[in-house]
Design a protein around this ligand. Structure first.
Ligand code: SAM
Length: 530
């Protein structure tokens, strides 16, 4: 379906739906206005028997997507063979993985692994190649073809042991001695404060030098985007790790994992439920909206989380997520109405297909409320993850979603003094300018004063995040500094980048360039420092 291929931002998606449901909203507006909580907003639709019956009948008419099918697996594998013969190894590899995701019988599974091992061999991923050969044999790879596979195993083993360069994903951990005693993900140079203007915010507890790491935050949860582009076959559904030889879920063809451990963890925690609605969710409303599956995942995680009353600000606990700002009441009533209506549809689908609420009426009420509240919270706090792989020649990127509890406390400035980048899904925040003790640490949520007018910036922040920016650049109405983009390669900028990356696990320099473009220069020019 064409609609599924387009990656909508949440606001674009909801805005389109708002137009669609306007006549109905206008009729029901005055009644809906009386709802004050997210549970009441969901129940506005779910307590309406006619509405629920209508949703159920739509669900009954859905023909679920085929999840496992040897004929399709074989066709995809053959398409992979064509790419392989044309030496397009990476395209071949993706098609073999797609084939694997559909493969039902052991024979098809073993062929897909066997063929993928050839693409991996020619791409130079010998370890992954050897893993796939073992998997092919485990699934009973046909004896008549085994000789080829044994030979590849021998060649890959030789090549693997004699290779010089090992590609390692860069990572960063805060050293034990520098850990913040009261914030799990922060270094001991920052603290959380609260004031009327900004709510909670991050402040330097000592002078911080340019390039210093402030926080290394792990997400509470992540989700691959639901766009069906073939890049999703190169990432782990559970941890977003980039992986050339993912293994499929046994039931569906959408979830693939980097290891058996990730597969088992995902299945146990949420995927055994998610898997049941995947063949339907895109068809019920004509689109598979990322926030629905992500919210389902977090709602299921919450239900099984162990209690932890520690006073430290934690990144791996739901309590912090539940306290994040959501500005539910700042959205227009019409948008809230439409979001609740769509969520109610998905909730009925969940109830029909997952059947986890049979005995737990209280659980069902809680689930319903959280399922909608999480989507409201994502609008302000969800982070798009871009994965890049500069270390190997098969560069690729994919977008996922993540939710971080500590990183979400950083406020925005159009003249930020920190920047972030992700290592797989770990978020590292560094100082891009020197920060004095007592100063607030800001990130940019998108707009920079150097490139956009104040009105444009404020409009964007209001539309996407529902607040009026009160940063220094906005309050003092700084002029744009567009010429800066022209000098990003100036040797002084290179010097700044060198300082930024010295002794750190290096973020790719192009990230710094694209994220901060000329801001370091702006800093030098405006404040006269270098
Ligand atoms: C991701 S949260 C940041 C943490 C938040 N201050 C809290 O107390 O949880 C984003 C919200 O912080 C506030 N905020 C962030 N940057 C701001 C700014 N430049 N001016 C005014 N308010 C801001 C807005 O309420 C915004 O919706």
């Amino acid at each position: 379906m064409a609609a599924e291929k387009k990656v909508f931002t949440d606001s674009e998606f909801i805005e389109l739906q708002v137009q669609r449901y306007r006549p109905r909203y206008l009729k029901e507006e005055s009644e809906f206005k009386k709802c004050t909580t997210n549970a009441e907003r969901m129940n506005f639709f779910l307590n309406n028997e006619e509405e629920v019956a209508h949703i159920k009948s739509k669900i009954q008419q859905i023909k679920p997507h085929v999840t496992k099918c040897d004929i399709r697996a074989s066709a995809l594998r053959k398409l992979g063979n064509v790419q392989f013969q044309n030496k397009n190894d990476k395209d071949a590899l993706k098609l073999y993985t797609q084939s694997l995701s559909f493969a039902k019988s052991d024979e098809e599974v073993s062929f897909a692994y066997g063929n993928r091992s050839a693409a991996l061999f020619y791409m130079g991923f010998y370890e992954e190649c050897l893993e796939d050969i073992d998997r092919a044999f485990k699934h009973g790879y046909s004896e008549s073809r085994s000789a080829k596979l044994f030979k590849r195993k021998e060649d890959a083993t030789k090549a693997y042991s004699s290779r010089k360069k090992v590609v390692k994903v860069k990572t960063y951990e805060i050293p034990q001695s520098e850990m913040n005693p009261s914030i799990q993900s922060a270094r001991n140079c920052i603290e959380i404060q609260t004031n009327e203007k900004y709510g909670r915010h991050i402040v330097a507890s000592r002078d911080i030098a340019i390039g210093e790491v402030l926080a290394v935050d792990k997400p509470y949860a992540v989700a691959l985007h639901t766009d069906i582009s073939s890049d999703r076959f190169l990432f782990c559904h559970e941890c977003l790790k980039h992986c050339y030889n993912v293994i499929p879920c046994l039931n569906c063809n959408e979830a693939l994992y980097c290891t058996e451990a990730c597969k088992a963890k995902a299945f146990q925690n949420y995927h055994k439920y998610e898997c049941l609605i995947l063949p339907y969710v895109g068809q019920l409303l004509g689109i598979k909206f990322d926030f629905w599956l992500f919210s389902l995942k977090i709602t299921l995680l919450v239900m099984t989380e162990e209690k932890n009353d520690e006073t430290m600000y934690r990144s791996d606990r739901y309590k912090e997520i539940s306290e994040l700002e959501d500005h539910s009441n700042a959205d227009s009533l019409e948008k809230t109405y439409v979001s609740a209506l769509l969520s109610a549809n998905i909730f009925v689908l969940i109830k029909e297909k997952i059947k986890i609420f049979k005995e737990f009426v209280v659980f069902e009420e809680k689930f319903k409320e959280l399922f909608f509240s999480h989507q409201q919270m994502f609008k302000v706090n969800a982070v798009t993850i871009i994965s890049s792989h500069e270390n190997d020649k098969f560069y690729t990127s994919v977008t996922g979603l993540a939710i971080y509890s500590f990183y979400s406390l950083f406020n925005h400035s159009c003249y930020p003094n920190t920047f972030w980048n992700t290592y797989e899904s770990t978020m590292v925040v560094r100082a891009s300018l020197p920060i004095k003790k007592g100063e607030q640490c800001f990130i940019s949520y998108g707009p920079y004063f150097a490139y956009d007018d104040k009105t444009e910036r404020q409009k964007r922040l209001q539309r996407l995040y529902r607040f009026t920016c009160g940063c220094r650049a906005c309050e003092e109405n700084w002029p744009k500094v567009t010429f800066l983009t022209a000098i990003v390669d100036h040797k002084d900028i290179k010097q700044v980048i060198k300082k930024l990356t010295e002794n750190q696990a290096l973020p790719p320099p192009r990230y710094i360039l694209s994220l901060h473009k000329g801001l370091e220069t702006a800093y030098r020019i405006l404040d006269g420092t270098s």
